[in-house]
Structures are given as C-alpha cells and as structure tokens.
Ligand binder design. Structure first.
Ligand code: ATP
Ligand code: SF4
Ligand code: MG
Length: 323
C-alpha cells in the first residue's frame, strides 16, 4: 500500500487584499484581492511547483505563507496558524521557513562580505559561538558549490549564478525545513539556470527540504516538481502530480499554458490558444474568472463560481467540465 504523504503546510481559505488608490491621508478604500480564498496542502519533502501568468498572485502566495505580508485566513504549520503568530513566535518560524528571490543581488547587502552575510542570520537567531558559526558557514558554502576563499569577497565580485548560490546559502544557513523559491533562475543565463536547478534538487535531498518553487517556466517546473499547482487571478485552478498534469491537464487554462510550450507538449490534449489579455486583477471577471478567455465557456461559467472537483486522490481542478 502506498504511504499517505504527510502534510507540512495546510493552507485554508487564504486571502490577501492589497490597498490601492490610497487617497488623502494615505487611507485606501479600494482593495485588490490578490489571493481569493486559497486552499492548498504542501507535503513534507516535496517540491511543489506554482505556475501561472504574471500578476496571478504567485509571489503573493509565497510571501503570505511565510508571513512576509499579512494575509487573512489559515496557514497551518505544525499546528500553528502562521497569520496569527506574535513577534516571538514569528522569529522562531523564520528559522524553519525561508525564501529566495529572483534577483539575488538586491537581497545581498553590497557592503558585507560573504562571511558576514552568512554570519548575520545566525547571530540574529542567537548563535554566538564562534566555532559553531564557522562550522556552519564552511558547511553551507561547500554545499552550495562555492569555495572557502569566497568568504572574504563581496557580492559584486560574483556572477549572477554565484550570487544566487550565496543567496541560497544565506537562506539555508539556519537549517530550515521549508523554502519558497520565487523565480530563482528567471534572471540567469539559460546555461546557468540548469546548474542552479540541479543544485536546488540536490540540496532538497541532502537537507530534507520541502520547497514551494514559483516559476512561469513550465519546462523548469516540469523537470523539478513532484506536484504542480496552477494559479489564475488569485485562484488555484488545478493541482496534480507533475506527470499527471502534463499528460492529462483538465482545466482549460492549464491546457492552454501547456499548449503554449511546444517542446513539452508531447501528448495532444487538444490545442487551446490563450487568447486575449489577462483581465485586470483589480476588476476580475465574475464566477469562473477564466470565462472571458475560455473556448468552452458556458452560461453557468459566467454566473456561478465552479467548485473544486476531485479527479483523483492527487488531481483536482476548478472547472465545470471536470464533473
Ligand atoms: N504591494 C502591492 N500593492 C498592491 N498590489 C500589489 C502589490 N504586490 C502585488 N500586487 C498586485 O497583486 C497581484 C499579484 O501580484 P504577484 O506579484 O503576487 O503576481 P505574480 O504571479 O508573482 O507575478 P509575476 O509572475 O510577474 O512575478 C498583481 O495584480 C499585482 O499588481
Ligand atoms: S468553468 Fe467554464 S469558463 Fe471556467 S474553465 Fe471551465 S469551462 Fe471554462
Ligand atoms: Mg512574482
């Protein structure tokens, strides 16, 4: 019998409203709903890919899970609800959950040496013993494929790929269990992308990590992920094991995304072209938000929001056609 995967994170009815058009006195009476009641589980030890067009809310979801922004709803992590943590609890959580970003340069203080950059999070979290600090720094610098001589150097002395290695080292120095990687290779040359992807896969195994991997590159996500979640205008519209998602995409939006990448579109699932622009998240379509671009849209799709339909134990989609 197959073992049921163990949940590390359970996201329930998670919403994020950004204030927009703030008027006089900085008060805003208009909001953009960037997360629309998200429900999503992340299992221990998996790489969950998160895909969708620009502006659909991927980074917002990553930041909301880590409480880098303040969402409404539930993100259960070891019986604690992250949006409700107080300052002290949040600091403890930061040791367990970290994020890496698209542009490693902006997250690395140019005035600090690599040694100082790696030491800082340890000190902030109360690790002051010099031997322990040095051991951890040497361990991590080797793990990410840099040299000990590099510790004396400054971020500007490194290439983009090496800087991303430094950012990864800094994120992992506290030995977290969970990592959000937000487009970590999008800014890098294609030849370097493969190296960083391989490194992440390798680190995941060695350090027993769980990773939420955000990307708009379906090829990368297919290669790296165990499971994939597809996002459209603040909704998760489909989740499935990576292979299943590509072999049997059920949501018309997923089908369109896959059709748009010829090299990974191996099986014919019916060509769907993604026509029209992404509607503004400030004023999204009613009911099924994809109805303005969906070739199969029916009357009901414009009136009542579809529920999430279970296709199999590991495959769900939010579309009337999946009933
Ligand atoms: N701080 C903010 N204030 C107001 N609106 C925001 C803010 N951050 C993001 N948004 C809006 O929220 C929506 C989701 O943005 P988000 O950055 O999460 O999308 P994304 O899927 O990560 O896009 P990309 O692929 O371009 O990184 C967008 O419409 C964006 O303009
Ligand atoms: S619910 Fe309707 S509009 Fe939405 S994706 Fe399905 S068929 Fe298309
Ligand atoms: Mg983003």
């Amino acid at each position: 019998m197959q073992k049921t995967p163990e949940k590390l994170i359970e996201i329930k009815d998670l919403n994020m409203y950004y204030p927009i058009n703030s008027g006089m006195l900085g008060k805003s009476n208009e909001y953009l709903r960037a997360l629309n009641g998200i429900n999503l589980d992340i299992y221990k030890g998996e790489i969950l890919g998160l895909v969708g067009e620009s502006g659909c809310g991927k980074s917002t979801l990553g930041k909301a899970v880590l409480r880098l922004i303040n969402p409404e709803g539930y993100v259960f992590y070891e019986n604690e609800n992250i949006p409700e943590l107080n300052k002290r609890e949040l600091k403890k959580f930061r040791k367990k959950a970290q994020m890496i970003f698209q542009n490693p340069y902006s997250s690395l203080d140019p005035r600090m040496t690599i040694y100082a950059l790696l030491r800082e999070p340890l000190v902030v979290h109360g690790i002051r013993d010099k031997n322990e600090i040095n051991t951890r720094i040497h361990e991590i610098i080797n793990l990410v494929g840099l040299n000990e001589e590099d510790l004396k150097r400054y971020p500007h002395e490194f290439s983009g790929g090496q800087r991303q290695r430094i950012a990864i080292a800094r994120a992992l120095i506290l030995k977290p269990e969970f990592l959000v990687a937000d487009e970590p290779v999008s800014a890098l040359d294609v030849s370097i992308q493969a190296q960083i992807i391989t490194l992440l896969k390798d680190l995941k195994e060695k350090l027993n990590l769980t990773i939420l991997f955000i990307s708009h590159d379906l090829g990368v996500v297919k290669y790296l992920s165990d499971r994939i979640a597809v996002m459209y205008l603040g909704d998760i519209v489909e989740t499935a094991k990576a292979e299943e998602l590509f072999d049997n995409p059920r949501h018309p939006y997923t089908q369109a995304l896959i059709s748009a990448v010829p090299s990974i579109h191996e099986k014919t699932t019916g060509e769907i072209k993604l026509t029209g622009d992404l509607p503004s998240p400030k004023n999204p379509p009613h009911a099924c938000k994809f109805h303005t671009r969906c070739p199969y849209a029916m009357e009901i799709c414009t009136q009542i929001e579809p529920e999430i339909i279970k296709i199999s134990d590991s495959h769900y989609a939010k579309c009337y056609l999946c009933k």
